[in-house]
Ligand binder design. Structure first.
Ligand SMILES: Cc1cc2nc3c(=O)[nH]c(=O)nc-3n(C[C@H](O)[C@H](O)[C@H](O)COP(=O)(O)OP(=O)(O)OC[C@H]3O[C@@H](n4cnc5c(N)ncnc54)[C@H](O)[C@@H]3O)c2cc1C
Length: 390
């Protein structure tokens, strides 16, 4: 088949090759199999290829579950059930677009279509000095989860760096499981610009009442190995000791392969509504991508994109729209629903009562563009989501 805009001919007998076996990689495989049982599909991943949900990691910690308990299916089981080839422990090093092959540390893999589902990586806090600075952990995949549990085994003091939603979730689950937890946020409120003041303040109070020590405008400047564990010097000069420090400040799309292959990359791999990259034979999915300047890190959005791309790969003309993510979780014993507003001008309007907080973000025309609901008002999340201006 001739390539639009270049002289490449791809081998149609070659499989659709998916790089990555996370929610996006396996999600696309499932969506493809719903449409066609025959089409050759191969997946390649640098990890062990086990299928699991990253959303289960915080609750898994609280429930004391081993990494193996979170596995839904092994790479072999996924390959067998969904009739695909899964090459685990294989890293893609380079994409040779002219020959339509992915070069891995175990040889070359030809593709008819290539799908990058390489995920995102945690941003580690910079500028922390000291001999124990490299002991700061991240928990963004199963291998890291396994290591985190191992490090915490028989110990109890955890410091979390960054006041992201995932950090709040980890703090809540860990404290409920009996750990001593401090959460250090460099800014003046949890979740930064995603939350207005009243709502952020109530969230801080809830976590604090639950036993989390929340410290705003705080962070670590030095980490050393002391007699009683990790000795942390905070920005204020105060000293804390901890057994484990976890960085949860945020993540960024993993774009190295795409960049090296000279595909269009900004903060994520740039795709159009058909999930196509700047090379017509290459597509991208999941948290490594950006569509119209917006990241796509949430399950809801990834599921839509998988279904749409499966139809495109089968010859259809399906388009995935960017959907504003709605996150729901329980924090400090209260329901919390967050639909963060897009980067448009406007302002938050908040009402706080004893039963919770309703925060609505309206643009300059008065249209609803996002919301945060804590406590009883969280029951209205679906209604507000339907009323969002798009
Ligand atoms: C703790 C935590 C809690 C979360 N909670 C929620 C939630 O409640 N709701 C929600 O919507 N989202 C949540 N998320 C976000 C969501 O889970 C992720 O955005 C989603 O899992 C991303 O899936 P992905 O397939 O894009 O990437 P990943 O799952 O990261 O998969 C990336 C894959 O690419 C492979 N890979 C990367 N580079 C290479 C290479 N060069 N060669 C071979 N293989 C490669 C990796 O091995 C891996 O298999 C959470 C995330 C975390 C970390």
């Amino acid at each position: 088949m001739a390539c639009r805009g270049c002289a490449l001919k791809t081998d149609l007998a070659a499989p659709v090759l998916i790089v990555g076996t996370g929610a996006a990689g396996y999600g696309l495989l499932r969506a493809l199999r719903r449409l066609d049982a025959q089409r050759p599909v191969a997946l390649v991943t640098r990890d062990d290829g086990a299928a699991y949900s990253r959303m289960q990691l915080p609750s898994g910690m609280a429930e004391g579950r081993e990494a193996r308990d979170l596995v839904i299916a092994s790479a072999e089981q996924m390959a067998h059930r969904l009739e695909a080839i899964v090459r685990a422990q294989t890293q893609v090093l380079h994409i040779d677009r002219a020959r339509a092959v992915a070069i891995t540390d175990r040889g070359e893999l030809a593709y008819s279509r290539l799908v990058l589902a390489t995920g995102s990586e945690t941003v580690r806090p910079s500028g922390i000095r000291g001999k124990a600075a490299d002991r700061i952990l991240t928990v963004a995949n199963l291998a890291e989860y396994r290591y985190f549990r191992h490090q915490l085994s028989g110990r109890g003091r955890v410091v979390l760096l960054g006041g992201s939603l995932i950090a709040c979730e980890f703090a809540d689950r860990l404290v409920r499981a009996g750990y001593t937890v401090a959460l250090l946020e460099p800014g003046s409120r949890l979740l930064g610009h995603q939350l207005p003041a009243l709502c952020a303040g109530r969230l801080t109070r809830l976590l604090t009442q639950g036993g989390v020590r929340v410290e705003l405008e705080s962070g670590i400047q030095r980490a050393e190995l002391g007699a009683e564990g990790l000795e942390l010097t905070l920005r204020s000069g105060a000293i804390r000791t901890a057994d484990v420090v976890l960085a949860l400040g945020g993540s960024q799309p993993r774009t190295g392969l795409a960049r090296d292959a000279e595909l269009d990359v900004r903060s994520g791999i740039v795709v159009d509504e058909a999930n196509r990259c700047s090379d017509p034979h290459i597509f991208a999915l999941g948290s490594c991508t950006e569509l119209a300047g917006r990241g796509r890190a949430y399950a809801q959005d990834i599921d839509d994109a998988c279904a749409a791309l499966a139809r495109t790969l089968m010859g259809g003309t399906s388009r995935a729209q960017w959907r504003q993510p709605l996150r729901r979780l329980e924090l400090g014993g209260m329901l919390f629903a967050l639909c963060a507003p897009p980067p448009v001008g406007g302002e938050w309007h908040e009402v706080a009562t004893a039963s919770g907080v309703t925060a609505r973000f309206e643009d300059h025309r008065g249209d609803l563009r996002g919301f945060a609901l804590l406590g009883e008002p969280a029951g209205r999340a679906d209604e507000l989501y339907r009323r969002l201006a798009r």
